[in-house]
Each structure stands twice: as structure tokens, then as C-alpha cells.
Write a protein that binds this ligand. Structure first.
Ligand SMILES: O=C(O)CCC(=O)C(=O)O
Ligand SMILES: [Fe+2]
Length: 363
């Protein structure tokens, strides 16, 4: 059982290259490892996932360039009000993460403390229902072309992971991939701006992103080297353990819709982003020129006003959902009449997503 001081990550690392290119036996082993990870923690790190390292790095570069633009430029691609058209730029404090509760009081309580993050959402270029909202090309030439190509690469990885999950449940060929045929996925660029006071995060008065579970089927996450992502310990509710960045690995997790679809065989685990590890206690900047005096009476060089204690953090989640007309009813291998009956009523993916999105934004 983990304690508060347990800093080890419970998330296994799996070599997905052995599923993509290995022998039948290796494929079977990987399928079992992923199935176990999703049953136990709902998260897995995949190495050798097939998304080129250079492409991931380039995506982070574009993200930095995008968020470095002046606010008035970013606002040329604004996220529309409400939650039904989830594309474009949201300035810090606009999106409120909600936990999987639909109770109005709960949601308004969660809205009191906005996350200090900004985001840019894009989707499949072919999606007519939620068209992408791009900047004028002259504001960031090449941004759109790159994100469209990156979307396709991430979508392909989602489909290969669905193949592995289909094998785990022995879903007859062609498996689950056709239920995501339209690839109505969402590519999100996230920026958590630097902060000059680490204490609210250290004291858990605020998070960089509030504890939540994802609502779709699968999420892929690439994070920079800063850290701070934590997942709830499946054996100790309310306690969080680190999900640190791992070189060249993508973090993959189950969303609420997939947990429901699998009759809770797979877990949709609550996660949040807090203080990165190794951030020192805040030194308040000294006023006046020259040397200052700290709280212990020592003379110290003045800390530049601009110095930030909590560094910027960038992450790139990619959220998958099934095609909207897919009926989410317990998958084969996840239920039986006698010992493991179906827990949930069937619902279409569309109905489910609308309910979740409405809670995210003020309408
Ligand atoms: O920034 C991260 O590492 C996590 C982001 C996340 O959980 C989300 O956007 O749903
Ligand atoms: Fe998330």
C-alpha cells in the first residue's frame, strides 16, 4: 500500500514495438501487459510506439511558438463559447475541468478555482461537425500543415492500440478499430505558464489542472521534461502518485467512456497536474537595489523580478472517442449473465460526449 511519501510510479512501461512488429507470442505478451495495466491502473507507458521522436519534438516547438504569440493573435482563433464546438484557443481560466459529476452545485464549486492553463484544440481536418479553427496562415506559417500531419500520425497509433485491446477481449475481426473509423479525435496543445509562487501548488490549494478523468475512449499524452502529472493510486483513493515523463514513451490512458464500454474491466483513473518535482521553496523578490536581506537576516543577491519559480510546462494530449453513432454497450469478454452482468444502460457515444462537454464550459 502506498504512503504519501511513495514517489514511485505504479504505471508499467510496455514495448509496443513488439506488438507492431513482433512474433505472435510477443504480440500476445504485449496484449496481456496492456490489458493488465488498464485493469490495474488505467495507464500504461508505451515505448517504440511508431510516432517519430522528431515529430513529437517538432510538435512541442510549434506549441511553444503558438503560445508565445501575443494574446490578440491567439484570439484570432478563439474557442467558441459553450462546449459543443471544442476547437481553437482558450485563454487561461476559460476551461474548467469538471470531475465526472453532473450535479450543478458540484460543477459550480469546481469552477471557483480556474486552472491557470491555456490550450489550443484541433481535430480531424475532415470533421464537418466541429470544423477546425485556425489562425490566419500569416500569423504562424506552417502551423496548420504540421498539426494536420501530426493528427494523422497520432490517429494511426490510436487505431493500433485499439487492435491490441480487441485482441485482449477477443473481439472478432476487424475488432474495435472500425468503431473509431471517422477518427473524430482531438489534438490539444496545452501550456501551463510559469508561476512565481510555488506555495499554492505545494499546499494543494490549486492545481495546474484539477483532478479529473478523461471522458473518451483512450488518451495519448506526450509531456515535456518538467513533470508534475500525478495519477490517483488505485489502491489508495485520494492519494496521488507521479506519472513522470519517460524518454521516448507515450503515456496512454483509459477514459470514462471506455471504462463503461468495458463494464469497468478497465479503469478510467483520476489524474491532475501539480507542482513539478524539485521546485525549491519560493524566495520572494527583494525590493530596492543591490543586495537584499532574507528572512534569516542573511544578505543575498536580489532575485530578478522576472524570475519564475515554477517553470512553464507544455503537454500534448490526444483524445480519442468512437464514432458518434456507436452504441456503447458492454463489450464481449467484459460481462456474462451469471457472475458479471452488464452494469450500464447502452448509450450512444454522441449522447455521452454531449453530457460531458456541457459540464466543461459556461454556456
Ligand atoms: O498536462 C498533462 O500532463 C495532462 C493533461 C490532461 O490530463 C488533460 O488535458 O486531460
Ligand atoms: Fe486528462
Amino acid at each position: 500500500m502506498a504512503s504519501r511519501n511513495d514517489t514511485s510510479s505504479p504505471i508499467p512501461i510496455v514495448d509496443f514495438g513488439k506488438f507492431l512488429h513482433g512474433s505472435e507470442q510477443e504480440k500476445e505478451n504485449v496484449v496481456k501487459e496492456i490489458d493488465d495495466a488498464f485493469r490495474n491502473v488505467g495507464f500504461v507507458y508505451l515505448k517504440n510506439h511508431g510516432v517519430a521522436k522528431e515529430m513529437v519534438e517538432e510538435c512541442f516547438e510549434w506549441s511553444k511558438k503558438f503560445f508565445a504569440l501575443p494574446l490578440e493573435s491567439k484570439m484570432l482563433a478563439p474557442h467558441p463559447p459553450g462546449g459543443s464546438h471544442h476547437r481553437g484557443y482558450s485563454a487561461p481560466g476559460v476551461e474548467k475541468v469538471s470531475q465526472h459529476k453532473y450535479d450543478a452545485d458540484e460543477i459550480s464549486k469546481l469552477r471557483e478555482i480556474p486552472d491557470l492553463k491555456e490550450s489550443y484544440e484541433s481535430g480531424n481536418p475532415t470533421d464537418q461537425t466541429q470544423p477546425n479553427i485556425w489562425l490566419p496562415e500569416s500569423k504562424l506559417p506552417g502551423f496548420r500543415t504540421f498539426l494536420e500531419s501530426y493528427f494523422a500520425v497520432c490517429a494511426a497509433l490510436v487505431h493500433r492500440i485499439l487492435d491490441a485491446l480487441s485482441a485482449a477481449l477477443q473481439v472478432p475481426e476487424p475488432g474495435l478499430s472500425p468503431t473509431h473509423e471517422k477518427s473524430l479525435f482531438q489534438l490539444r496543445l496545452l501550456h501551463y505558464p510559469a508561476e512565481d509562487d510555488a506555495e499554492p501548488l505545494r499546499a494543494h490549494k490549486r492545481s495546474r489542472i484539477t483532478a479529473h478523468s478523461d471522458f473518451g475512449s483512450l488518451t495519448l499524452l506526450f509531456q515535456d521534461s518538467v513533470g508534475g502529472l500525478e495519477v490517483e493510486d488505485p489502491n489508495a483513493p485520494g492519494q496521488f502518485r507521479p506519472a513522470p515523463p519517460i524518454q521516448d514513451a507515450v503515456l496512454v490512458n483509459i477514459g470514462d467512456l471506455m471504462a463503461r464500454w468495458s463494464n469497468d474491466r478497465w479503469r478510467s483513473t483520476v489524474h491532475r497536474v501539480g507542482l513539478p518535482p524539485d521546485v525549491p521553496a519560493t524566495e520572494k523578490p527583494f525590493s530596492g537595489p543591490g543586495l537584499g536581506v532574507n528572512t534569516e537576516g542573511q544578505r543575498m543577491p536580489k532575485v530578478a523580478e522576472a524570475e519564475k519559480i515554477v517553470p512553464d510546462r507544455y503537454s500534448i494530449p490526444f483524445f480519442a472517442v468512437p464514432d458518434m453513432d456507436t452504441v456503447i454497450d458492454a463489450l464481449p469478454g467484459c460481462w456474462d449473465e451469471e457472475s458479471n452482468p452488464k452494469k450500464y444502460e447502452p448509450v450512444t457515444a454522441w449522447g455521452y460526449v454531449q453530457m460531458r462537454m456541457a459540464a466543461l464550459y459556461d454556456s
